[in-house]
Design a binder for this molecule. Sequence first.
Ligand code: MG
Length: 355
Amino acid sequence: MTASIPGMRKRSGVLRADTINMSHGGGGKAMRDLIEDVFLGSFDNAELALLEDQARIDLSALTALGNRLALTTDSYVVDPIFFPGGDIGKLAVCGTVNDLAVGGAIPLYLTCGMIIEEGLAVSDLRRIVTSMKAAADAAGVKIVTGDTKVVDRGAADKLFINTAGVGVIPSHLNVSAHNARTGDVILINGYIGDHGAAIVGARGDLAIENDIQSDCQPLNGLIKNLLDACPQVHCMRDATRGGIASVLNEFAISSGVCIKIKETSIPIRSEVRGMCEILGLDPLYLANEGVVVVVLPREHAEAALESLRRTEGGINCALIGEVSDAPECTVILQTAFGGERIVDMLVGDQLPRIC
Ligand code: MG
């Protein structure tokens, strides 16, 4: 915190406790110390430092960027809260940034609502908040307002986070799940299933150990490059819970088209494929936190792939399929053995509390 931010009060609170207790959600001095020390100290921006009940955002700065406001919210309940490649804080920032970016929006501001279980180590909370700030900086967004609640032991599991996000969509873009057309192709930016596999490994409850890292990352930089190169993108969605199978079904149903993908074209690590085979999981439904599925006219495919390859998160990009008119609202997989099968929406839950 610097004294140069106009209107900012001097931070005074210091949190001395080792674990969070009920008083940290009580609205009094202990909560103030928690907010000032842990949240203001880390997130460090002028909007938050004013400690109003709401962040105030200059409208003219927003309208200069586009003609539509994008608003999204997501709650994060991942178990465990620390996993290879990330933690619940990084996930909460990246997930909300990505939900804005896949609509073509430039992500700008995030909120942070925390529901903390009594007994959470303050060191764990600090680590998570630091990780949120690092992810926000990487994505170029600010966490400008928030809320903290503490609940009794057993009423939550360590920590749940809700992040809402605001962004602006430039006027020349029209990205929607309803826009897939016959002749379009399907692109993906990288390996599928890494997040799901990393969480399974981190839980250890299936006696599976692996070195797979979650792909958790902000995609807005990669998506901006893509849209600069190819503003003609028709559909875009990040394939989180439910995997790429769910996203492709959403496109097929919303657009009333058939999407055919080729199993041998889909990038997947051999460790992830192996883990899926052992556990009987289908990698098409495995969660990702850094994978975007893109639909665009075939004539722009090469330019799009070239643009993706220039960004670190897109080095392993691939063209995995195409759009046709029938059978409508259907996703078909051409298998590695030359057969075909329908890829349906997921029924039930493959892995609970994955994000
Ligand atoms: Mg999403």
